[in-house]
Design a protein around this ligand. Sequence first.
Ligand code: CP3
Length: 339
Amino acid sequence: MKVLGGEKLDRPPIWLMRQAGRYLPEYRELRARAGSFLDLCYRPDFAAEVTLQPIRRFGFDAAILFSDILIIPHALGLKVEFLEGEGPRVETISSADEIGKLHRTLDAAKTGKVYEAIGMIRSQLPDETTLIGFVGAPWTVATYVVAGKGSKDHAETRLFALRDPEGFASLIDRLVDASIEHLSGQIEAGAEVVQIFDSWAGELPPDEFDRWCVRPVVRVIEGVRKRHPDVPVIAFPRGAGPKGGKLASILGVAIGLDTSEDMALMDQSLPKGTPIQGNLDPLVLIAGGEALDRSVDRIVASAGDRPHIFNLGHGIRPETPIAHVERLVERVRGNGRTR
Ligand code: CP3
């Protein structure tokens, strides 16, 4: 919370994207008991437990709510399922006439379970550990809704947007409203910070990036700030490169850097005082050893005097050795300037 308020700490606080998940045996055990991935998300006691597992094991400085970005389309009435080994499947909206499939508001029977989990997490989380809520950015969520699954170059979604920009804008508008609603619900339940995952922002040329990533995310943030002016926001426009800095300049949010970014260059181009997060390659965390130590040191050094939160450049992978995560945490905590 201090870093997001603009302070540079002696050692950066650390959390990892997807820190709850399959690389942990205790996650796999609970996941097997829950049945499906969505059952795990909607059982407040299980979702709370899974959120807390990495905090107990590694003592991270922040917990991220265990949930998924596809809860929004699901709570807007679309069928969503997660197929073992294949990833998500979503009922599609491939043209403007299908937008009517979406409910006007989020189904409280579904989102209520998420907020209940947040209450349970908050009551068990150490006071010094920050609780992060999240949504996917409208563009990223739209890529799943239009293609019906994860897609490589998001051709279907880009073509929808190019052929019928007004129609696509109304889909994005619905997702903007739902995101404001869902983030506000998470904050009211106890989330102290929110992160917006724009995992597929990187595909778009500059004008489309501006229209479908920057402007909708700005609207989400403005909508949340109207109700909760003091809650810090972290934007993660993955793959956007220097264009990502635009978001920080417009809104003064913190920026998550993906793996490909040059942290030192980003430090020069971002507004003074904008907090940065991320950048460590998840593959380096799998490799471990010297490669890991060197990357950690480079990232800590490149953050310079800027407020800095240590994190990965994308989610942790299931094959990551637990011992490497322990080594990472030790290195980050031992690497501070005075401590
Ligand atoms: O960071 C955390 O620990 C919080 C939980 C979280 C999950 N998904 C849990 C999850 C968060 C923040 C997400 C975000 C998410 N979900 C994103 C954006 C971030 C990113 O990684 O780019 C996206 C694109 C999704 C959609 C999604 N969910 C996909 C593509 C998949 C399948 C891929 C995979 O890793 O299996 C999921 C499933 C998912 N979400 C899992 C977890 C732990 C694995 C499910 C399982 O246990 O089988």
